[in-house]
Design a protein around this ligand. Structure first.
Ligand SMILES: Nc1ncnc2c1ncn2[C@@H]1O[C@H](COP(=O)(O)OP(=O)(O)OP(=O)(O)O)[C@@H](O)[C@H]1O
Ligand SMILES: [Mg+2]
Length: 463
């Protein structure tokens, strides 16, 4: 339903319009002069202004037009003019008024003008919305493409996927917790793509990247003049996500003020833009994610408990990769396939030794780190197989460091080769550094590399 602001100093005229427009299904708000009208604009969501030209001030309507064009450029203004003020009204249309109507007029003629103006406004709004939406969706597009498969047969991951299928059917708020790189964003997108909202926007907001204040305006938008750089009004991500899903990434990082505002959106689906006071209502599903321990933040008092309960309706915990190592081989081959166009078409296999390294590694950066490691290995490898020397995995993080307490000389040789490779990878194949790590001279390292048949994957002949 559209809301029309009727501005006229004569109460009787306002009453008539109130009745007629009300009958045609419009919400009508009345104002007796331009000052009162500006108040109404601040506190309500107005779709069209119908104003007298001459009020207490002889050009009160023109003044209101100017203010509207400046602060609410998308709200159409139709002027009602008496014969004497027609020249003013004509000029006003040149200055940006949508239209004018001369008194006395038939209500039907007025209705045609109103409908036309509203239709036009609707198209413009839709266009603006689509432009903004496009911009944001372009960012998301690569993610959408990625979604086709969430890899992992482990019970831990399968349990998560079962939960996602269930929660996708609902509108409940979801909180995804997990270490960095465990796939929180991927899972959030999967929930959206499997929900009834899948054809509506999935809008992401990274709460950690914006400075305080900026985040508020990113989320809720701002009115013109809300702060120094707010040259024009702007929709926030909540408005853009209307009908769809908003993904609040790193929610543990938001300020108390924004927490409070979020709480209100969760409670009443209503908020105001920064610098504005008219309430905006949206229908948005909230999925939040964090790699912090929110429960602890609540205990410490840095995160509101009431907000935590609102968000954490369905908690999803993504286990770190090292707790589901059985997924690693599938993930490795998934990334080889995924990256084959981008990095190298040659790589087809992973040697058993390399796979063993990958399976036993700590993966503090979880799946993202695994993906990057595979990408690097594909760049390094010359043949069609990823070998241990293509994996620059840091020595400290390899578990199963099975240093033999006793053993054959052959085992010692193997261990030596392993330590040399690790040192080289750790130092990005800069031999001087690697020798330092190993506590040997560079010349000794050269000799040992030759003995073990280790060649550098990069051209280090100048080194
Ligand atoms: N189960 C999975 N199968 C395939 N790819 C995955 C899986 N989980 C994560 N990925 C990939 O790993 C990378 C990291 O995932 P994502 O960005 O979702 O992690 P995150 O938990 O949001 O990380 P951060 O906390 O650092 O933001 C992405 O490229 C994603 O596509
Ligand atoms: Mg993320």
């Amino acid at each position: 339903m559209s809301t029309i602001l009727v501005v006229d100093d004569k109460a009787s005229m306002r009453k008539i319009l109130q009745q007629k427009l009300g009958k045609s299904g419009f919400d009508v708000i009345e104002a007796e002069d331009e000052d009162h009208a500006v108040e109404c604009l601040k506190n309500n969501s107005i779709d069209l202004i119908l104003t007298d030209v001459r009020m207490k001030k002889p050009d009160g309507g023109i003044e209101l037009l100017k203010i509207t064009k400046r602060d609410y450029p998308y709200i159409p203004v139709i002027l009602m003019s008496a014969y004497a003020t027609v020249p003013q009204a004509v000029q006003a249309v040149k200055d940006g008024a949508e239209d004018y109507i001369e008194r006395p007029y038939s209500i039907d003629a007025l209705m045609v003008k109103i409908e036309k103006a509203l239709q036009k406004r609707h198209l413009i709004e839709e266009n603006r919305f689509l432009t903004e939406e496009n911009r944001l969706l372009r960012d998301e597009l690569h993610l959408r493409g990625d979604f086709t498969d969430i890899i992992g047969k482990s019970k831990r991951l399968q349990d998560v996927l079962d939960l996602i299928r269930k929660v996708a059917k609902t509108d409940s708020s979801v909180l995804i917790q997990g270490e960095t790189g465990t796939g929180k964003e991927l899972i959030a997108l999967a929930i959206h793509n499997n929900s009834a909202r899948r054809d509506k926007p999935f809008i992401r907001a990274d709460c950690a990247t914006y400075a305080e204040g900026v985040l508020e305006s990113e989320l809720f938008g701002h009115e013109k003049g809300a702060f120094t750089n707010a040259i024009r009004e702007r929709m926030g991500r909540f408005e853009l996500a209307n009908g769809g899903t908003i993904f609040l990434d790193e929610i543990g990082d938001i300020s108390p003020q924004t927490q409070l505002k979020l709480l209100r959106v969760l409670q009443d689906k209503t908020f105001e833009r920064v610098g504005g006071s008219r309430p905006i209502t949206v229908d948005v599903r909230i999925i939040a994610a964090t790699n912090k321990n929110l429960e602890e933040a609540v205990r410490k008092g840095t995160f509101r408990q009431d907000l935590y309960y609102r968000i954490n309706v369905v908690p999803i915990y993504l286990p770190p990769l090292r707790e589901r190592r059985e997924d690693i081989p599938d993930l490795v081959y998934h990334f080889i396939k995924k990256l084959s166009g981008k990095v190298s078409n040659r790589i087809k296999h992973v040697s058993p030794e390399a796979m063993e390294l990958l399976i036993n590694y700590e993966w503090r950066g979880n799946i993202r780190e695994l993906e990057h490691t595979i990408e690097r290995a594909m760049v390094f490898a010359d043949g069609d197989t990823i070998l241990p020397e293509h994996l620059p995995l840091s020595k400290d993080a390899i578990i199963n460091q099975d240093i033999p307490k006793s053993g054959t000389l052959e085992e010692v040789e193997k261990l030596e080769k392993k330590l040399i490779l690790e040192a080289l990878q750790q130092s990005n194949w800069v031999r001087t550094k690697a020798a330092n790590i190993l506590g040997i001279k560079r010349s000794t390292l050269n000799y040992k590399m030759e003995k073990h048949g280790i060649t550098s994957p990069i051209d280090d002949s100048n080194e």
